[in-house]
Write a protein that binds this ligand. Structure first.
Ligand SMILES: *Cc1c(COP(=O)(O)O)cnc(C)c1O
Length: 428
């Protein structure tokens, strides 16, 4: 039973400490030094009356029960009741509720990483003999997950160009279509409403990786997707200091995902959830500034003779201009790529290396979507396994640079890029 006591003699009742810790050391109180070292200070938390303005970090692996009825209450599904952090924790739950609200889904599940979210959502929906139609240009980690792990359990990935997906690509065992809102690094947009219709017609479900846009710029569930996943490591956290993932979908699929997460131990840790939610508070402000800065950078790059091509959904030259205008009405975020002008691939690689080395403000970091501007080199990082011919077949070159445009003053970003472009095109 919960015991209530008068708090400091005021007209206010609060929960009494339930343990046997007996207060300060004196003649009446018998607890030994080991007990005191273990339990001292507990009442500061247990007798808390005022509510903290920001959510505290619940860095605890387990929760304390007062009686057996509370165990029954937990097992009956009371969402405010916790048992063991692998099965749920208030910080992780807070991020789930945030994700559910922002993406507009019924339920959300927070995972240890974007990859954990993908593994969870696919394995909750598929078993041996099921097929997944996956975009050919998916994030490398997702391709590897499908080919190297899920395929071993009989889930068959079929890699296709989602832009030309038709009814003929579906079989009765096709369970999922897996798409990214914007591809990496060429910024190809997926026609989510069309993919959702096709999937529905064939009793398959559409999963959208919305990492590159965030729910501020696009909400796939409103356009026919059945589940959304995020690497919260990227824009949602935004500060490059925590790895995490999020799934938002209907209640039934989310319950299946939660079971996978519990059994696999793939839950997001409390501190990572806490950091992510702290970052997420400024998401709308950040996305608008990322978009404005990326728009300026893309337009400026397009005017440079040392740049052969710019890939940005913000530009009128984007091959899917109409689709982008229709779906991404608030903006396209901070990601873009460009290819340095070069006579051949050897020169392109030398120029890309000189470009990266000549940047002063902008850092070379093979991740994305943080508050500061970073560059990456797909040919040597995410697409390292591809030969020059395979790169060319995808529209990439060893002179292709991916830019994650940050929140700095635009003049400082442009000035750093100008200096590095001049250096890249300089003496061979
Ligand atoms: C980074 C990323 C992932 C993987 O997320 P992690 O948090 O690194 O596990 C998945 N999809 C996309 C589009 C990503 O950029």
């Amino acid at each position: 039973m919960t015991h209530y006591v008068k708090w400091k003699g005021e007209d206010c009742w609060t929960k009494a400490p339930v343990g046997r810790y007996d207060g300060p050391m004196n003649a009446q109180n018998a607890a030994g030094l080991s007990t005191r070292a273990l339990h001292g200070g507990r009442e500061a938390d247990e007798a808390l009356v005022t509510v903290p303005k920001t959510m505290p970090l619940y860095e605890t692996s387990v929760f304390v029960y007062e009686d057996l009825a509370q165990v029954d209450d937990y097992l009956a599904g009371n969402p405010d009741n916790y048992m063991y952090t692998r099965l749920g924790n208030p910080n992780q739950r807070a991020l789930e509720l945030w994700g559910r609200d922002l993406e507009g889904g019924e339920e959300a599940v927070a995972c240890a990483s974007g990859m954990a979210a993908l593994m969870t959502v696919i394995s909750a929906a598929c078993g041996a003999g099921d097929r997944v139609l996956a975009a050919r240009d998916l994030y490398g980690g997702t391709q590897s997950l499908l080919k190297k792990e899920l395929a071993r359990f009989g889930v068959e990935p079929v890699f296709v160009d989602l832009g030309t997906l038709t009814a003929a690509d579906f079989t009765p065992s096709t369970k999922l279509v897996l798409a990214e809102t914007l591809s990496n690094p060429l910024m190809v947009a997926a026609d989510i409403p069309r993919l959702g219709d096709l999937a529905r017609q064939h009793r398959a479900r559409l999963v959208v990786d919305n990492t590159f846009l965030s729910p501020v710029l696009f909400r796939p569930l409103e356009h026919g997707a059945d589940a959304v996943i995020h690497s919260t490591t990227k824009y949602i956290n935004g500060h490059s200091d925590a790895t995490g993932g999020l799934i938002v979908t209907d209640s039934a699929w989310a319950a299946a995902c939660r079971r996978v997460v519990h059994n696999a131990g793939a839950l997001l840790a409390p501190f990572e959830a806490w950091l992510t939610l702290r970052g997420a508070k400024t998401l709308a402000l950040r996305m608008d500034r990322h978009t404005a800065n990326a728009r300026s950078v893309a337009a400026w790059l397009e005017g440079q003779t040392s740049v052969a091509r710019v890939f940005s959904p913000e530009l009128d030259s984007h091959p899917q201009r109409d689709l982008v205008r229709r779906l991404l009405t608030r903006g396209c975020g901070g990601m873009l790529s460009f290819t340095l002008a070069a006579a051949d691939e050897a020169q392109a690689l030398r120029r890309a290396d000189r470009f990266i080395q000549s940047l002063a403000l902008i850092q070379f970091a093979p991740s994305l979507a943080g508050v500061t501007t970073t560059v990456s080199h797909p040919g040597k990082t995410s697409h390292r396994g591809l030969s020059p011919a395979e790169l060319a077949a995808q529209g990439l070159s060893l002179g292709t640079i991916r830019l994650s445009v940050g929140l700095e003053d635009i003049d400082d970003i442009l000035s750093d890029l100008r200096t590095a472009l001049e250096a890249a095109a300089g003496e061979e």
